[in-house]
Design a protein around this ligand. Structure first.
Ligand SMILES: [Zn+2]
Length: 281
């Protein structure tokens, strides 16, 4: 990627319809740079529609990513649930690739009461099988396990970076709001910069040149994330994060996941604040 782009998680509220094509057109009219296709309930889109999505994205210059269904748990107890999870991820990756999207974000697993190291090996094994299948089908998208906000969910920064180190075609989806909610920390320039530093040390400069970031305001408690908020309603120091992203010359996509009624506004706020910071450089 040549720059850092900002966009919405799904079709903006003000789009003409709820279709992905109209969503991309609206994102372009708003002057944003990217959109995440939300397959959070199910990974379903015909190849013909997906090709139209790809054409619309190409003609407007909007970059796309995709989010896999929430109903994925690679640490499920029942083998059929693991397989269904793998299939949901695979299907999202197939659709993403028809759409010309380059990344698929997903929530990997729940710990239940298992030791985190055991969950890590389980996730690695089943994710590895998904990657093998994608390779057979020659599907080239990045698979991005997400940093998660609840203590019950697999997905610390460390876990996500380790998977990215150990598996080909796996890269992080760094959700800074989730990480703040999970830890109650990571809300200052120094802390945001330390995460970027850690990514560079573990994965190399190329990871910072093609980052996938989720961001929003967030409400949290003792167990971590409770719900997403608008930036203004939350305590997140988004300008500090944007400064760190500027200073580390991070490139890629920043997907704003504020609640739908605030999403466009917040994506634009992040973008304009970032561009002001760039000029101040
Ligand atoms: Zn997510």
């Amino acid at each position: 990627m040549s720059e850092l782009l900002f966009g919405t998680a799904g079709v903006p509220d003000s789009a003409k319809s709820h279709s992905s094509v109209d969503g991309i057109k609206r994102v372009s009219e708003l002057g944003l740079g990217c959109m995440e296709l939300e397959f959070v309930r199910q990974a379903k889109m015909s190849e013909a529609t997906a090709r139209l999505v790809a054409e619309t994205a190409a003609s407007t210059g909007i970059k796309l990513s995709a989010h896999a269904p929430y109903y994925i748990n690679l640490n499920a107890r029942e083998p059929d649930k693991v397989q269904a999870s793998q299939n949901r991820l695979l299907q999202t990756a197939r659709i993403a690739s028809w759409c010309g999207a380059t990344s698929v974000a997903f929530h990997a697993a729940f710990y239940f009461d298992d030791p985190p190291e055991k969950v890590y090996s389980t996730v690695k094994k089943y994710l590895g099988e998904v990657l093998d299948q994608l390779q057979k089908e020659n599907i080239q998208v990045w698979i991005r396990p997400e940093v998660m906000g609840k203590h019950s969910e697999f997905g610390t920064i460390e876990e996500i970076l380790s998977l990215s180190t150990e598996l080909e075609r796996v890269a992080p989806c760094v959700d800074f709001a989730h990480w703040h909610a999970r830890t109650g920390q990571y809300n200052s320039y120094q802390e945001f910069a330390s995460v970027l530093q850690q990514i560079e040390e573990r994965l190399g400069r190329t990871a910072l040149d093609d980052m996938h970031i989720h961001f929003s305001g967030i409400h949290y408690g003792a167990k971590g994330e409770i719900k997403h908020l608008s930036l203004q309603e939350s305590d997140l120091q988004y300008t500090e994060l944007l400064k760190a992203l500027r200073d580390y010359e991070v490139k890629g996509l920043v997907i704003c996941e504020s609640p739908p009624e605030y999403m466009e506004e917040d994506a634009l706020l992040l973008q304009s604040t970032y561009h002001t910071l760039l000029k101040a450089d």
